[in-house]
Design a protein around this ligand. Sequence first.
Ligand code: ADP
Ligand code: MG
Length: 424
Amino acid sequence: MFADLFRDLLMNLLLILSPVFFYQIFMVDRVRTKTHKSQWVLGALCGVSACLCMTYPINVGDEFMWDLRWIPFLVAILYGGVRGGLVATVLSLGYRLNLGGGMAFYTVVADVLVLFPLVWLLRRRFLVWSRVRKLVGSAAVSLGCYVFVMTSIAFYFWDRHDLGYMAGKGVWFYSLYALTYAVAMLCAVALLEVIFENEKMREEVQRSEKLSIISELAASIAHEVRNPLTVVRGFIQLASQGMDERNRGYMGTAISELDRAEFIISDYLNFAKPEVDQKERVDLAQELGHVVTVMGSFANLRGVRLEEQLEGELFVVADRVKFKQAVMNLIKNSIEAMQGDGTVCVKAFREQGDVVVQVLDDGEGMTVEELERLGKPFYSTKDRGTGLGLMVTFRIVEAMGGELVFESEKGVGTVATVRVEGAV
Ligand code: ADP
Ligand code: MG
């Protein structure tokens, strides 16, 4: 008897942990945990696992089913949110109905109706807890769920005038059952947490590896290209001395273009070198006005209107050149996000002691997945994109002690917001 019970318990435990393993194998690599798709998948896996728990219930020697189906349900809501919870609920309720309706089914529905919103409300807090708190918290949640479900089962037996059956089970049965609830939940949460942690670490390592490769590449390219540029510049200067007024003008233009190329190389490709920031007090309206003028021709070329709404008297402490570079990258992306005509607006204003610079566009916008990938090296959806622009921009804003946030909706547009502490 005891061996059978133990075997059934282990079986249930295995079934509960199986979605975690499948999730690890199929999902974690591809999509981050916060994306909708992975929430659906986790919900489906948990739903299947709950159904399997019902199929292989814990046999205690009579016809009533004891099982741990609520654990996958809790996991689905805690980690999969509304979407995950919904899929799991639909799957397991559908399956449960298939096993038989009636009063027993209605108690399960009532349980779901109460537990779902409660656990979902807890979810927001839960996700930001430390790991230890998550473990303790989830064990507490599963015990709470256990007590609640037991009460509803008691209600069911009371309705059948058969409370004696439940009372006959004895304390050891209920204690063991409660213990299994807590242990199963602990195992599932611990495993999921370890999986997410590993995934995060792997991403970090990949990121820093990529960074070190490109910074090496960038440094060598910058070096190789800059030297010939300097030589060419010198010879043009020499040659232009013997020329007439008009040709000297052309040469002057050539030299200034060379200077610009040199500037771009050092500023764009050399980002990895720990250059010392030249911090100074920057007048935003003035600098942004300049940036908008420079980008104006690029916008015109693509039939995009570039507008500015700049408050005066806004100052920040920053490296002037880099700050301009950062905003330029944002504007450039916004302009490139347009199909046909559209408007890009650059705003600067004060908000509670902070200075805010916004670049708004009504271009193609981005999905949640795309938003998540912004700023990763080489992430680009453009044929001739480098996928470095935003990485540089994020770095620059970070170095200024500010933050850069993107909000976007596919097909509607994008808002990039830079928030920096204002200076007087
Ligand atoms: P690149 O511009 O070379 O592609 P970025 O790092 O500047 O590299 O941008 C990375 C990607 O982010 C772009 O390829 C684009 O898909 C997306 N992106 C950036 N800004 C916007 C925007 N305003 N609207 C739509 N997509 C954008
Ligand atoms: Mg770009």
